[in-house]
Unconditional design. Structure first.
Length: 493
């Protein structure tokens, strides 16, 4: 198991400033927690009563290299971008350019759903609340190369998972549609709008709206993942296909400015709707941290998860993309906010530091949230390992595919997604889906396991279906059923 020393964790920390008594010892706690979670780098900012009272970088941008994280180091803000998109729509509403309660198709006529009622009735607001009834469709953008308008065309073929406005179902592509509303109502692309109306006025000079703009920039953190006790640098994953859902890269210095803006009482009239509860979240749809914080209620606003904590309303949102995590948390009644950015995949260090800061300002007794959350997520890892063991136990050993491997080769299409290609390489089957490549390892019967070249991605089952003549007709992967194209059609492409 990799162990990062406390001295490494403190590398890159800014010179201590006059910090408030509530944060006495917090820098040391953050550094130790970072080492315990094996995160190479970390940046934290705390805002109280309109002032940035803590702003530091810890550790290194890239494991094995000396460049430290500082307050200008860019990390993926990931899904904390959603609140920026919701804010953009509120600014346009203030300008009289749109209403959140108008049909979304008024601005994006090509936005179509399988249920004509949803097409007609879904409001701009519904795009922000994860309650339009659509299941997760992350296969449309993750490791894909299509633009947002191209991605949206697939939605008309996706079966709804619930009735509209009845359930919370986290949905990134709806935020992509919300960004198209921003573009159509403002007359400029979403990325240009947030740069012009948010980043520039707030002095967020380090912030970039798209992952495609990060390459070649100075002071950028590298994404990392931990596998088998070893932390390694991995490849950046782009969210640009649904940019308004999570594509922003920013520094802790800039994100502190963003939080200061959100908490400023002068902006309450414009930004207040962000924090109004819109949909109730069932406990099983909320964060596992609720097992420890034990909220009485959990809701979602416009780009914000919400819960009660220590008698206060907490608004927060995490961000997660390959090798990067973020969190922005607000206790608005106390004019208190925190941002945590880190470069380790799935690290819940972010929740630990947020809750530690809130405890300090809310007068709660000290609690080692880092240790408690490591125990919680260690238990969840055990549950996942047990589920994997059951899966392996149910495998039918000694079986083989019905056909020779060459007969599974082809191009497979589903209108809900981009096509899948299956090819033979060095005597084995390989799958290509967008930018993602995987080797297909036989599991049992007609089922294979796709082991991705991006080793930090979980393997995925792929099952082939045969027709009455014994030919391959379909490839199932997750919720998708790709129909095999005729050889002539495949060859003509």
């Amino acid at each position: 198991m990799l162990a990062l020393s406390l001295s490494l964790a403190l590398l890159g920390a800014a010179a201590p400033a006059a910090e408030p008594p509530e944060l006495a010892g917090f820098a040391e706690y953050a550094a130790k927690a970072m080492a315990d979670w094996h995160a190479p780098g970390l940046a934290v900012a705390v805002v109280k009563d309109g002032a940035v009272v803590f702003e530091r970088g810890f550790g290194v941008r890239t494991l094995g290299k000396p460049e430290p994280v500082d307050t200008a180091t860019r990390f993926a803000a990931a899904s904390t971008t959603k609140a920026m998109t919701a804010t953009a729509l509120l600014l346009l509403a203030k300008d009289g350019k749109l209403s959140l309660d108008e049909p979304a198709i008024r601005y994006v006529p090509e936005l179509r759903f399988k249920d004509p009622y949803v097409t007609r009735e879904v409001r701009v607001r519904d795009l922000l609340t994860h309650s339009a009834g659509m299941p997760s469709t992350d296969w449309l953008w993750y490791e894909q190369e299509e633009s947002t308008p191209e991605i949206l065309k697939h939605l008309q073929w996706v079966e709804p998972a619930s009735s509209m406005r009845t359930h919370f179902l986290y949905q990134n592509v709806m935020y992509g549609a919300a960004g198209e509303v921003v573009a159509r109502a403002s007359g400029m692309p979403w990325a240009d709008f947030v740069r012009t109306r948010l980043f520039a006025p707030l002095g967020m000079k380090d912030t970039l709206p798209l992952a495609s703009l990060v390459a070649g920039q100075p002071d950028v953190a590298s994404p990392h993942a931990e596998r088998a006790g070893r932390v390694e640098v991995i490849r950046n994953a782009s969210v640009d296909g649904v940019a308004p859902a999570g594509s922003v890269w920013s520094s802790i210095h800039d994100m502190a400015r963003w939080v200061t803006y959100l908490l400023d009482p002068k902006n309450a009239e414009t930004l207040g709707p962000l924090f109004e509860p819109q949909v109730i979240i069932d406990p099983d749809e909320f964060y596992p941290t609720a097992r420890l914080t034990q909220p009485h209620w959990t809701t979602y606003g416009l780009g914000w998860f919400q819960q009660d904590y220590a008698g206060q309303k907490l608004d927060f949102h995490t961000g997660s993309i390959d090798g990067m995590v973020a969190i922005v948390g607000l206790v608005r009644d106390k004019n208190l906010g925190i941002v945590v950015l880190s470069n380790l995949d799935g690290s819940q260090l972010r929740h630990a530091l947020m809750l530690s800061v809130f405890d300090r300002y809310l007068g709660r007794p000290p609690r080692d949230w880092s240790a408690d959350l490591r125990a919680l997520y260690g238990g969840r890892k055990k549950e996942q390992d047990e589920a994997e063991a059951k899966l392996v136990a149910a495998r039918h050993e000694g079986t083989r595919p019905s056909l020779t491997l060459e007969r599974y080769v082809g191009r497979y299409a589903d209108p809900r997604a981009t096509p899948v290609e299956v090819a033979m390489t060095d005597g084995a089957l390989r799958l290509r889906f967008g930018r993602g490549g995987a080797r297909l390892e036989h599991w049992h019967y007609e089922t294979f396991r796709a082991v991705w070249d991006a080793t930090w991605r979980d393997p995925e089952f792929v099952t082939f279906r045969l027709d009455a003549a014994g030919a391959v007709k379909e490839l199932e992967m997750g919720p998708l059923a790709f129909q095999r194209e005729a050889p002539a059609a495949a060859a003509s492409r």
